[in-house]
Write a protein that binds this ligand. Structure first.
Ligand code: ZN
Length: 444
């Protein structure tokens, strides 16, 4: 059972009565009906890649893990309606391939896409690198099939773009982290497939210049702008130090970098738009230097630099993580002020803020001081959170931009979320799960 009881960051380790692996939605519903009747708590689990402990059972050994991995069928692909219906256990990478084989594009993209599943992506409203252009998982779903605690199957599956018939039950379950029902299938949106893709890496003085760059590129590329990621020099140094084959893409050293991805719907279009946007940016002083990938290998190498940041930070030692969002325009101010406050309280800690600047989501991770004791540093997790999340509150931001709440931020949510909103959430939970068997101890 071991692989189902621990999680990627090793922050949580649970125990379980057993791992239950139903093969279809009706079996999921039957398992829930039985558990509801006997008062056995259920921890639903997809690819087990979540970063907040939402998929890990508690330590009592009296819960079951409900793995959705065997629900991996493709129910329908309908390119003319730009929709596909997949079961919950289909991995995100496979969902992308299924779309591509129908000459369409499914834009959700994140580091764990090889093993995370569609059900988990929707249950946690996953974000990733293309939120700027296409929205989060929430924006990519047309309908759901959900097993309810009492063993009924609720279906809002369907390919309609317009359906104005009352409460949006689909969206109620997206981001509910398995506390209101268990997603067994989803109808997802498909998009036109980009025919060309340009990726550029830019050297910058500071996050203020990144904001200016973002505005120039948005202005020049419009909806073709697919991703805009921010990377600090220290992050780049960690990647070069710890990830074999990683190299500086620019000749000079810059304090900050941006990775920009632009799509085109005709051959060569992305390269043309990127070249024009970047020359405007350089002329306007919105970047110091730029390199454009010339081949698919170079595109992959640039993305690898960005996507290796978490792994490089892990190899460097302990790091205290924050998955925050603030209004895009305030990111430079946030990074500067957070740096000052962290330095005042933890003088030798090393902030490595990086991520999805284009949609306002920064992973404000702080690495341990050089040669410090990892455990001693990590013991300050709560104190560090208070500093960073306090500032997030002042900036009208969110304490969880894309990773969810799970166990990690449950108590924090209770302290920071609007009281009326929490009341309504608890009332919904009580209605749909009166016996409290659906993923108890998570989210609320
Ligand atoms: Zn992210």
């Amino acid at each position: 059972m071991d692989g189902y009881l621990s999680e990627p960051r090793d922050l949580y380790r649970g125990r379980a009565l057993c791992i239950v692996k139903p093969k279809d939605a009706s079996e999921v519903a039957k398992v829930l009906a039985l558990c509801n009747e006997r008062g056995v708590a259920v921890a639903p689990q997809g690819g087990n890649t979540g970063l907040v402990g939402g998929q890990t059972p508690d330590a009592s050994g009296r819960q079951i893990v409900l793995s959705l991995q065997r629900l991996d069928r493709v129910r329908e692909v309908d390119p003319a309606s730009d929709a596909m219906t997949l079961e919950a256990g289909v991995t995100l990478a496979r969902a992308q391939e299924i779309a591509e084989s129908a000459d369409r594009y499914f834009p959700l993209s994140l580091a764990s896409e090889g093993s995370c599943t569609i059900g988990g992506n929707l249950a946690t409203n996953a974000g990733g690198v293309h939120v700027l252009a296409y929205g989060a998982a929430r924006d990519l779903v047309l309908g759901l099939e959900v097993a309810l605690a009492d063993g009924r199957l609720l279906s809002t599956l369907g390919k309609l773009r317009k359906d104005n018939t009352g409460y949006n039950l689909t969206q109620l379950f997206v981001g509910s982290e398995g506390t209101l029902g268990v997603i067994t299938a989803a109808t997802l949106k498909l998009f036109p497939r980009p025919r060309s893709r340009a990726v550029a890496f830019l050297g910058l003085d500071d996050p203020g210049q990144a904001l200016a760059l973002l505005n120039v590129v948005k202005d020049r590329a419009g909806p073709a702008l697919q991703a805009f990621e921010l990377v600090p020099r220290i992050g780049m140094e960690l990647v070069i130090r710890h990830i074999p084959g990683a190299r500086d893409p620019l000749r000079a050293v810059h304090p900050w970098y941006a990775l920009v991805e632009i799509a085109g719907f005709n051959e060569g279009e992305a390269e043309r738009v990127a070249a024009s946007a970047l020359s405007h940016a350089l002329e306007a002083g919105a970047a110091r230097d730029a390199a454009i990938a010339r081949s698919l290998d170079q595109v992959a190498a640039l993305w690898r630099l960005r996507e290796s940041l978490s792994e490089a930070q892990k190899r460097e030692g302990g790091s205290i993580k924050h998955d925050i969002s603030v209004p895009v325009e305030r990111i430079p101010e946030f990074i500067a002020e957070a740096g000052r406050r962290v330095a005042a309280r933890f003088p030798d800690a090393r902030p490595v803020p990086f991520g999805h600047m284009g949609d306002g989501n920064i992973h404000y991770n702080v690495s341990q001081p050089v040669d410090a004791d990892k455990a001693v540093f990590l013991a300050q997790w709560g104190e560090m959170n208070e500093v960073v999340h306090g500032l997030v509150h002042e900036f009208c931001g969110s304490i969880s931009a894309e990773h969810g709440i799970g166990q990690l931020k449950r108590d924090l949510l209770a302290k920071t979320k609007d009281k009326v909103a929490l009341d309504v959430m608890r009332a919904l939970k009580k209605t749909l799960d009166p016996n409290g068997v659906l993923n108890p101890g998570k989210l609320l």
